[in-house]
Design a protein around this ligand. Sequence first.
Ligand code: GBH
Length: 487
Amino acid sequence: MIQRPNRTEAGLPSDFLWGFATASYQIEGAPTADGRLPSTWDTFANTPGKVSDGTNGDVACDSYNRTAEDIALLKSLGAKAYRFSIAWPRIIPLGGRNDPVSQAGIDHYVKFVDDLIAADITPVVTLFHWDLPDALDKRYGGLLNKDEFVPDFLRYARVMFEALKGKVPYWITFNEPFCSSGLGYGIGKHAPGRTSDRSVNPVGDSSTEPWLAGHSILCAHGAAVQLYRSEYKPQHGGEIGITLNGDYGYPWDPSNPRDVEAVERKLEFAISWFADPIYHGQYPDSMRKQLGDRLPTFTDAEIKSIKGSNDFYGMNHYCSHFIKSLEPAPASKDDIEGNLECHFFDINNNPVGEETQSPWLRPNAPGFRHLLNWLSNRYNHPKILVTEFGTSIKNENDLKYPEILDDEFRCEYFRTYIRAMSEAVAQDGVNVFGALCWSLMDNFEWSEGYETRFGVCYVDYEGGQKRYPKKSAQETRELFEQYIGKV
Ligand code: GBH
């Protein structure tokens, strides 16, 4: 990397937006309040065997009933921004474009946003963080049915754009479509849990459904952005984008060209699946080559709405892996990763990072800087909002209060990751304008239930959901402040 002159070693712009992130099903609880009906995640979590500790989001952090408390908490931590998601089944409980809206559900989020603004906290609003109204899944197959899903999502988006117009500077259409598609319809680990793996689910076809689901999401994203730009942005301002997950990869054997190539393919299958249509107007070559006609094609109108549809790039990033190519063996038809394996150890048995509670996560801060550069180069230096980064801690859940508040491992994660990001900004010229730590508080960690904690605040699930800031909650403010204004 070339060191540019007249720049500090590490820094963030003076108007840098930092704060914390959550998602509706992971924190809200109150599953029937204000007319809410089940999402696919309620149904999935209530299916025995799907969530490792047998829990669900019925109570979670009870945030639907504690908005004032959450805002006070954010304020006390110095947050400038808060990323949360709206539960579609609270807005249109049955989900569809001709189904009734719940005014009480809408009012709840309008008040929440008003209260955030009154507290001087910038709302970053996600429309879809995986909690699809279950009725739509039952009615027509949810994400698999593009012709029904797109107009239904568009109607939901319109209701929220209208309700919150002029109040939300950053809208995110979808969170991590890779997960909704690949884990929901390929691996079967997320709702609705469809897969070809008959030991997991009697229904599903991993060879086609992930690609159909992803295609529907891209089309719905494009349509929603088009709507926002034509009917809301001119008068009310605000920016809109999508949030993609992406972890970085190093070759398992750097001297093997196949592994070196596989790194690129890994990033393309995980990230470019969605980012290439948005920035370049087509799916990546590597995917078209491996998937052939299982990868859907866009109509002219669809790709016109999708290409150029990100005002900013929403980046979720947690960790890195070593990538081992499976070539020259042909890809399995159910493969969603690009015919490769992800490892925690390289050919010489060097670990990528230390173990955490999450079976997929080992921290590696340099990977964050590498990936910021990779994105910036491939997509022509987009404005990037880091919409999630953070870590769980091995066995954290075994600790009791107050020992559990001493989360040094998480502090070190944020120290090294915020440093890496600040170097990417100051030395490499990557355009990052904000970063939200995952998560404000411990919450329902999907198929891992409550066993895995990601919060900078401890939530006492047995003692009435009270929140207690951990050491990392106090430290993040100092960390960001140390770099802000230094470029
Ligand atoms: C994010 O996903 C989510 O947006 C957030 O809701 C979540 O709580 C947070 O991270 C922490 O997990 O099932 O073994 O194949 C993070 C990215 C990508 C992590 C897919 C889990 C699945 C591995 N996720 N990955 S596996």
